[in-house]
Design a protein. Structure first.
Length: 150
């Protein structure tokens, strides 16, 4: 069996998602916001079992694109290790995926913990990142997305 069979919840995320990322400080004050378009795919060829492409767009016209190839580790776990981030993710039940990672340039002292919750119909998902440094949450990222292509 492969990644899609052993991680059926992740397989339900396949497609293109659009939404908004909102960054807030520990008191809930908005410190950044931008639009997003994410493509979640399971390549049939190549070295990656999972591949995600994120495109971010700000109101001032700034854009960023990041690619996150993933390797299936077995046992329902997947890992990614790019020039930007390193971490792992797995399903915790039939609707939630948990991720833990670091931004390499910021060092291992800052860890991010993400929870992704997929709706029953599979067409919306809500995500939250907690940025933890020294045991304290220094900011959160709130993400709401809708599937635009299956």
């Amino acid at each position: 069996m492969g990644i899609k069979e052993e991680m059926p919840l992740l397989a339900r995320h396949e497609g293109v998602w659009e939404g908004t990322y909102t960054y807030v400080d520990p008191d809930g004050k908005i410190i950044d916001s931008h639009r997003s378009r994410l493509t979640c795919a399971f390549p049939e060829d190549g070295e990656w079992d999972y591949h995600q492409t994120n495109v971010y767009t700000w109101d001032d016209g700034k854009t960023e694109e990041h690619r996150f190839p993933g390797t299936y580790l077995g046992g329902g776990r997947c890992a990614f290790d790019t020039e930007r981030i390193k971490g792992e993710f797995w399903g915790v039940d039939d609707s939630a995926i948990y991720l833990s990672w670091i931004y390499k340039e910021l060092g291992a002292g800052l860890r991010l913990f993400e929870l992704i919750v997929l709706s029953e119909d599979g067409n919306t998902r809500n995500r939250v990142w907690q940025w933890i440094k020294g045991g304290t949450c220094i900011q959160r990222t709130l993400i709401n997305e809708k599937r635009v292509l299956a």
